[in-house]
Design a protein around this ligand. Sequence first.
Ligand code: EPZ
Length: 420
Amino acid sequence: MDKFIIHGGRKLNGTVAISGAKNATLALMPAALLASGTFKLGNTPRLRDVTTMSSLLKSMGMKIDFTNNLLTLDTRGVNKHEAPYEHVKKMRASIYVLGPLIARYGRAKVSLPGGCAWGPRPVNLHIDGIKKLGANVELEHGYIVAHAEKLTGARIHFDISSVGATGNVMMAAVLARGTTLITNAAIEPEITALAEFLVKMGAKIDGIGTNRLEIEGVSDLHPSDCETIPDRIEAGTFLVAAAMTGGSITLTNVNPNHFSAVTAKLEDAGCKTEILDSGFWFQAPTELKPVDATAVIYPGFPTDMQAQWIALMSIATGTSIVTDTIYTDRFKHVPELERLGADIELKKNAAVVRGVKSLTGAKVMSTDLRASASLILAGLVAEGETEVLRVYHLDRGYEAIEKKLKALGADIERVAGEEF
Ligand code: EPZ
């Protein structure tokens, strides 16, 4: 398992190109199961999660080529309709194959995802949704086993506007007989990108970008191509890195509309930003003001930026409160940040962060993707040397992060190796 060695204290300056969005790609790839032929997904990020999804889809008979961020999917050979535990336990997003399989093939056997690093991740909304569309669903030996002659359109209201359940149910509904109305649907940009891709494939979806989606089922769909939207969480992560190190950077290949909540918080903390034709310009302040943040559904402050925000606030000039209303137990990064000298008190689903003058380097352990990101960010400013272990967590969701950080001036090295 690789680790990163970071020597803190360097300001980040320069330009960085943001990669395609992991959470869009992980929905677009299974959507290809809905039609037979060849799909080309441009600007696809080279990530472990993309490799995991590829190996799952290949195990179903899909042919996949991935060259220079162009992902080519050939679905003509798909002949298996199962997502085994080995894949799903590695990546919860594997459940995205459920909707397309049941819609196109009338059957699916998908392992329940179980928990993740920070706690239970239920899929009841996914299952209830396809049941409402007429699928017969049994839970057997840890698997979701679903059958349906033909799905039928239905009215589906989500108690929680789940990103994954919205994506899965939308992919099931596009081939159902009749009309489906989804209310309280997720409106994250990745779901909008999925809906737009389905429409390019011939689906009939109204209300795209809103929390009310009306889907008119069609008899079949055709392959299509698309350019993956930029990763708004990678963009936010690099902005926080520049904010912490007191630097000034320009992001290219970004859509600033997708991270306006993060931009607003950074400006409250004293940062300067400007949308340029060539990208998004950012400058850190000399002093970081403490700013509270509460993670809510889009377009609010994203839960996937909560850990990074705590890292930033750990060196602000005062106390702030960072709350997560999406995942109330997503705080595995806090004890690791405390090892670096942060002063944080957890109170249920909120972290009270008392800014300290400086952090000091230490050996810390990655536990999940965004927690690992927060440890890298802290290491960039901690005095001395920080070792971040088990960086495979980071490789799940950040393409070549150490190369991008090094190009901006960071002192960071990847050390390949065994169990650290
Ligand atoms: C997606 O996960 C993202 N992953 C997550 O990003 C992100 O944190 C999350 O949305 C919230 O924005 C992908 O897109 C692959 P949810 P998802 O269903 O779809 C509850 C990252 O770091 N819920 O919107 O799994 C759930 O427990 C990852 O890139 C149910 O109760 O999230 C949570 O409290 C981490 N029942 C809330 O809804 C369900 O059936 C939101 O979850 C489904 C969800």
